[in-house]
Design a protein around this ligand. Structure first.
Ligand code: NAG
Length: 266
């Protein structure tokens, strides 16, 4: 048999030929050459696999070495419905801080209406509409809703006009707050402000809508942050809830600014 005809000879037939031809030098050469060839092939394949793994590792390392905020953003995208704001690489971020919410804590937004306070509240939410790209109707589950949606003006783009949920929620809080202080205007013989003005039936519907918006959104978010109970002999029952809980919050002011910077319909 020539060397060419049996380069990958099996162990079984090798030992057979060993018995039939014990002293053959040819046999020794034939037996060793295929073996070293096999090692060479295996070494080549391993080297190839190692190279591919190395290249893949380098690509992964350079592309997705996540900074803290990058990984937060990735998580936010994963656990949120579609939003063009989450498509922004640097917009939505998280910071941990204590919310200033002690039972009697003073904040700029708290208290009866004053001209300055009403302006501050209005500035929280009163922004225009921004554009949602035309091809995102599907991910928003609105392709087959059977409804027709308003587009942004053609000079702005081809997408749809949209308002931001957080601003809508704040509008609802603002409206309920003003309703809770309605005597401030009524006692002075003034018209009720903002959305409270007009047909009382419509106002009632608007207020009930707002209560539902806040109820459903609060349940949807289900904030699981614990609120501790502080022991204090001076407190009415010897204890009180510590509402100044440490929260992990989105950067509201930059999110609001994005809406202002992307106004499609004022
Ligand atoms: C998608 O929209 C349809 C109505 O068009 C609704 O019945 C369905 O529940 C929605 N799916 C999800 C996952 O929200």
């Amino acid at each position: 048999m020539s060397e060419e005809s049996r380069p990958f000879i099996s162990r079984g037939s090798g030992s057979l030929s060993e018995k039939s031809d014990e002293s053959s030098e040819n046999f020794v050469i034939e037996r060793h050459q295929p073996k070293s060839l096999r090692f060479l092939r295996i070494a080549c394949i391993l080297e190839f696999i190692a190279l591919i793994l190395l290249a893949a590792g380098m690509i992964l390392a350079f592309q997705t070495r996540p900074s803290e905020s990058d990984s937060d953003l990735e998580c936010a995208r994963k656990v949120s419905a579609y939003s063009p704001l989450l498509a922004e690489p640097e917009l939505v971020k998280y910071t941990e801080y204590d919310l200033p919410l002690y039972f009697n804590e003073k904040t700029d937004y708290r208290g009866p209406p004053t001209p300055e306070r009403e302006v501050m509240w209005e500035k929280l939410w009163h922004q225009g509409a921004f554009e949602v790209p035309e091809d995102k109707l599907g991910v928003m589950n609105k392709s087959h809703s059977g409804r027709t949606y308003k587009h942004v003006p053609p000079e702005v783009g081809t997408g749809y006009a949209a308002q931001l949920e957080v601003l809508h929620q704040l509008h609802c809080v603002h409206m309920l707050r003003q309703w809770s202080y309605k005597e401030h205007w009524l006692d002075r013989g003034l018209d009720l402000p903002g959305s409270l003005y007009g047909d009382p039936k419509l106002t009632r519907m608007h207020l009930d809508h707002c209560i539902e918006v806040l109820r459903a959104n609060i349940m949807c978010t289900s904030d699981v942050t614990p609120i501790l109970i502080e022991l204090d002999p001076k407190a009415p029952f010897g204890e009180r809830a510590d509402f100044r809980s440490n929260h992990k919050c989105r950067n509201f002011w930059e999110i609001r600014q994005w809406v202002i910077d992307h106004t499609a319909i004022p």
